[in-house]
Design a protein around this ligand. Structure first.
Ligand code: KG4
Ligand code: ZN
Length: 337
């Protein structure tokens, strides 16, 4: 089965064609980062308009390079969670094509897309596993029994990890989205004279809280004025280290609690090299294994939506009488395959 996937939940327009027999065939990605940068964050209305302008030409180009619409068996789009207007663009395009060509269509959960992104690699994790989903909008630890069988073990009570990276980066004067740039700044030093707290690690449970870290960063910045480049790098290092160690402690706890030996890390912050290295070390020490998606499938993309949609469409699921999008949507509300 060949599925055309459309991702439009935030500021990336992602289009991909996935074949259940031969894998990923084609993909296109358009990032709107430049348009949003001058505002210091994503402007929802601007994002919707950019998706409107970009998605259709990208789909046409992708189909022209891969056998046309006739070769597509079904369509998948991101139904949520995400920005209402941005989601509606992808949903309308996917449903419009499906209706015009009489093909099945399915709305995919964006975080299920992230969670299954490591399946696009040759070396795939087997079920069950614990997933750490770390993106700009979500921080979740999920017990994954199989596709669609999810139990949320813990989540952020305030800022998502990516959001904390972006806000702290902004305080350090870095342009949006600051996560990767903060990581690059932190990599310039090998230690730090600052020590940031590890939020909520002394309490039992698997929830997170990251909003205090940006306040801690703000206070640290205010106490060391004027801020030198070395101060900035050391603050970035201390912040990143605190985040990574907090995530490591909670991942280890989740693996022990569930008895799972497999950890999957996905979402934009999954591209962070220090996080990757630290979780690699932790799982090796505990006789477990960690899987990450390829770097390009950590941040938002169409391939993960085409893949997740293909699993459900191949199992006979499709949208029946669904006309909405879901800006808020729990992973636990998804049906199993
Ligand atoms: O998954 P994603 O592309 O979009 C959402 O679904 O939110 O994640 C984007 C987030 C941003 O906050 C970005 O700063 C962060 O992922 N990010 C990183 C890195 N690369 C992306 N954060 C830390 N280190 C990185 N290398
Ligand atoms: Zn995402």
């Amino acid at each position: 089965m060949r599925v055309l996937g459309i991702e439009s939940s935030c500021d990336e327009t992602g289009i991909a064609l996935y074949d259940t027999a031969s894998g990923l065939l084609e993909q296109r990605l358009y990032s709107q980062i430049e348009q949003h940068r001058e505002y210091g964050g994503v402007v929802p209305e601007l994002a919707s308009r950019e998706h409107v302008a970009r998605a259709a030409p990208m789909i046409e180009e992708l189909l022209a390079a891969s056998g046309g619409l006739e070769s597509v068996d079904a369509l998948a789009y991101t139904r949520g969670p995400g920005l209402m207007g941005a989601l509606m663009v992808g949903a309308c395009i996917a449903r419009g094509i499906a209706w015009a060509c009489n093909k099945p269509v399915l709305g995919v959960h964006h975080m299920e897309g992230h969670l299954l992104a490591p399946m696009l690699s040759d070396d795939k994790p087997g079920f069950p596993f614990v997933a750490l989903l770390v993106s700009g909008g979500h921080t979740l630890l999920v017990d994954v029994e199989a596709v669609g069988r999810y139990k949320v073990l813990g989540e952020s009570l305030d800022d998502a990890v990516g959001e904390a990276f972006d806000k702290t980066a902004k305080l350090l004067g870095l342009p949006y989205p600051g996560g990767p740039q903060l990581a690059a700044l932190a990599a310039r030093v090998e230690s730090s004279r600052y020590r940031f707290p590890r939020p909520m690690v002394d309490r039992p449970g698997l929830d997170f809280s990251f909003s205090g870290l940006k306040t801690f960063a703000l206070n640290t910045i205010q106490t060391c004025q004027p801020l030198s480049d070395d101060d900035k790098a050391q603050i970035a290092f201390a912040f990143e280290r605190a985040v990574v160690e907090t995530l490591e402690i909670k991942c280890r706890r989740a693996l022990r609690q569930t008895g799972c030996k497999t950890l999957v890390v996905a979402g934009g912050v999954g591209a962070n090299l220090r996080l990757r290295a630290q979780l690699q070390r932790m799982t090796e020490a505990d006789g477990a294994r960690v899987y990450f998606p390829e770097m390009r499938y950590c941040t938002d993309n169409g391939a993960m939506i085409a893949y997740a949609g293909a699993q459900r469409l191949a199992a006979g699921q499709s949208d029946q009488g669904i006309h909405d999008v879901l800006p808020r949507w729990s992973l636990e509300d998804l049906p199993p395959l």
